[in-house]
Design a protein around this ligand. Structure first.
Ligand code: PMP
Length: 345
């Protein structure tokens, strides 16, 4: 996209803490709000009508804001936070690192016992295994946080307009701009949005305006490319381009895996994508690689071939699984494929 997403921020800009005093989320930049709504509208992946937008320093801060907002303030015991195995490995540590009196990590959602209140995290598509997920506990007294970081067309077919009560998104996975540290929550309930805003007020007194303005510009360029306004006729939309790269990487990974005969990967079925207007196949941001043939510590085994991965144990699973990033730089990915292809027992 060249210089299309360049912005200039003058020295006198963004000096106040406040951005939009009439809004529940008073540190939310109006231009960022506009571009978030526009992008969801262009992609068709989530409802934004009648939703409050809360901006965060990455969706990591919003996850913590959501736990704060959904936990009963004066309960006798901290509320249980669960997610189905394999879950995103940061959830347990983020939930427990401050030993909060409000909430505590309670592990795999499938093993949650009793009838106490709970908060369930649903990541879809899932990190680490790319599966499409729904809540599994489904009983009274529970609330659900939907982490939709990967619900973008380069990773998965957009099969429906998500309209859950609390949805988290992040520019880290939408375009790859993880260093900008911007995420957003789409929140149905006004009080939940208010409490999440309060958390961010107490935690960081708002979210960098410079980052919001930069994120707004990037999202604007992405929406513009989706709507194909004013670009040369042969230009691809951002998501088509990214989908092509992901498909290519997955093809190469599957070839390497079949050559070695030592590993297996999850299989994904094509589905009709409302955004692409055709059948598309999932190409997740991570590969959930299983070591076959009795190798119990897959992370260690691969380290022996200079391939760094993350053991399944961090995700509540077994050590014969590892998570591999599919989003690294081209040179790193090329090297990974070459090394994996050359493994022979
Ligand atoms: N949720 C999921 C499922 C993720 O995989 C990640 C990043 N690895 C995050 C949230 C964190 O995103 P952010 O950079 O917006 O804090």
């Amino acid at each position: 996209m060249g210089d299309r997403s360049t912005i200039v921020i003058s020295g006198w800009q963004s000096m106040s803490y406040l951005s939009d005093v009439g809004n529940i989320c008073w540190f939310l930049e109006p231009e960022f709000t506009k571009q978030v709504r526009r992008l969801h509208q262009s992609v068709g992946n989530a409802v934004t009508e009648d939703r409050h937008i809360v901006v965060g320093t990455g969706s990591t801060q919003l996850f913590q804001a959501a736990l704060y907002a959904l936990s009963p303030p004066d309960a006798f015991e901290p509320i249980s936070v669960v997610s189905a195995i394999p879950y995103y490995s940061s959830y347990p540590s983020i939930t427990d690192y401050l030993k909060s009196g409000l909430y505590k990590w309670a592990g795999d959602a499938y093993t949650l016992k009793g009838d106490e209140p709970y908060i369930e995290l649903v990541t879809s598509p899932n990190n680490p295994d790319g599966s499409i997920r729904q809540a599994v506990v489904n009983r009274d007294g529970g609330t659900v946080i939907h982490d939709l970081a990967y619900y973008w067309p380069q990773y998965t077919p957009i099969t429906c307009l998500a309209d859950h009560d609390l949805m988290l998104f992040t520019i880290s996975k939408c375009t790859g701009h993880a260093g900008i540290r911007i995420g957003w929550a789409l929140v149905k309930d006004k009080e939940v949005a208010r409490k999440m805003t309060k958390f961010i007020e107490l935690n960081t007194i708002g979210v960098s305006k410079d980052s919001q303005l930069r994120a707004a510009k990037i999202l604007q360029v992405v929406s513009h490319s989706c709507e194909q306004l004013g670009y040369p006729e042969d230009s691809e939309s951002f998501f088509k381009y990214a989908s092509r790269l992901m498909a290519d990487r997955w093809d190469r990974l599957r070839d390497a895996v079949s050559q070695s005969g030592l590993f297996s990967l999850p299989e994904f079925m094509p589905e009709s994508c409302n955004y692409a207007g055709e059948m598309t196949t999932p190409h997740p941001a991570f590969a959930w690689l299983k070591c076959e043939g009795g190798i119990e510590d897959c992370e260690n085994f691969l380290r022996g071939y200079n391939i760094l991965t993350r053991t399944g144990k961090h995700f509540g699973a077994q050590g014969n699984y590892v998570r591999v990033s599919m989003l690294d730089r081209e040179e790193t990915f090329d090297m990974f494929i070459e090394r994996l292809s050359n493994i022979r027992l």
